[in-house]
Design a protein around this ligand. Structure first.
Ligand code: 4PW
Length: 388
């Protein structure tokens, strides 16, 4: 009989929605499932918000007290879907209580917090995961497979971008994502870290970076109401404004430990770009290109194709590709954001069932934080900074 495991989800906002859908759907896709996640308790900041999340997301119970919930003996997995400022405190308490943990990205606000979380998780011997979901897109996992098989040879260059426009409007409110004390950093932590995770997954550890960081919108209207809706939040040119103390954009060059070079750009101020994660990887025997806005597709070029047939071809991911057995039966039916979260959930419970750490786990999340820290430092110094 497949084991049922009780989940306590802390945070019932945007990520809570994505994770709750994954808990419900994962066994419908991946069967037999490694375990059946049971939506036991959802926690939010007030009793009212928690109760609303309970009804909406299908949990048995609601609570506004995460401390008592993570200590409950009937909870197997703690899922941290909160803003970044409480990741460390919740994760360390959950680890001490012996719970498996999935934590939304970035792992923490600072390297120090990420290190403390990693040490607590390792000391507790629990399974831990950071929710960098984009590497779970089947086309990205297929790129990884081609690279591991040597199909594009030795990697020479990685170009990664993550471009959005939801913060380009200067009257978008000063949500937690623009406050260093809550978010840790701006674009670098929020979306740049996704590119770092993809670079580490596909190429290997980044050893050194040089970066420019820039804050374009230096004050924003104070947010009315507590809910962060990214670009869909209400805008008000007349509201009182307060300073933004995080970066809007990062443009950088990378040196990888294995000798590859590359670049990373991330911004939330690029009008017309939505979830424009692009990867282009050049190797000695071919190239790979991926654009998340066309996430069913992987563009590949193999240099040993006959000269008259050389060029990028489009592979539509489906049953023949990573995770294909659990997802949809023919290529092109459509991979979405939800599917990446369902695959993430499958990998988490597979790790719990097997006792083998998944990737990215907290150690990988800490490495990503070290790169984020180097990018921010280089943005200040204008010099190459080592990832220490
Ligand atoms: O992690 C990212 C965010 O914080 C995301 O995947 C997209 O951009 C959605 O919200 C923000």
């Amino acid at each position: 009989m497949t084991k049922v495991m009780n989940v306590a989800m802390i945070g019932g906002g945007f990520m809570g929605k994505a994770h709750a859908m994954a808990y419900a759907s994962m066994p419908m896709f991946f069967w037999p499932a490694p375990a059946i996640p049971h939506r036991k308790v959802v926690v939010d900041v007030t009793d009212g918000a928690a109760e609303e999340a309970r009804r909406r997301f299908g949990f048995d119970e609601a609570s506004s007290d995460w401390r008592s919930v993570v200590a409950r003996p009937d909870i197997d997995v703690v899922d941290i879907c909160t803003p970044n400022n409480v990741h460390a405190e919740i994760a360390i308490a959950a680890a001490k209580a012996g719970k498996h943990i999935i934590c939304e990205k970035p792992l923490a606000r600072t390297v120090e917090e990420a290190r403390a979380m990693t040490e607590a998780a390792k000391a507790a011997g629990i399974i831990h995961m950071v929710a960098f979901n984009y590497r779970r897109t089947p086309a990205v996992a297929l790129a990884k497979k081609y690279i591991e098989e040597g199909r594009i040879g030795r990697i020479l260059n990685f170009r990664g971008t993550y471009l959005q426009d939801w913060s380009a409007d200067e009257n978008g409110p000063l949500s937690w994502r623009f406050q260093k004390k809550i978010a840790g950093s701006g674009t670098v932590g929020d979306i740049g870290t996704h590119v770092v995770d993809l670079a580490h997954y596909l190429v290997g550890p980044i050893a050194e970076v040089i970066a420019m960081t820039k804050t374009y919108v230096t004050t924003r209207p104070i947010q009315q109401g507590g809910v962060d809706k990214l670009g869909a939040s209400e805008k008000s040119a007349d509201a009182e404004r307060a300073p933004v103390d995080v970066d809007d954009e990062v443009v950088s060059m990378l040196r990888f430990g294995n000798g590859a070079i590359g670049s990373l750009e991330a911004t939330r101020n690029a009008w017309g770009r939505n979830n424009f994660i692009t990867l282009e990887i050049h190797g000695t025997k071919g190239s790979i290109h991926f654009n998340y806005e066309r996430r069913d597709e992987l563009q590949v070029m193999f240099a040993d194709d006959p000269a008259d047939a050389r060029g990028f071809r489009t592979v539509y991911t489906g049953p023949a590709h990573p995770y294909g057995g659990g997802l949809w039966p023919i290529p092109g039916l459509g991979i979405g954001y939800s599917e990446t979260k369902i695959v993430e959930c499958f990998d988490l419970f597979t790790a719990i069932a097997s006792g083998k750490q998944p990737s990215p786990n907290f150690e990988d999340g800490l490495l990503t934080e070290l790169v984020a820290d180097a990018l921010l430092r280089s943005g200040e110094t204008g010099k190459w900074e080592r990832v220490e």
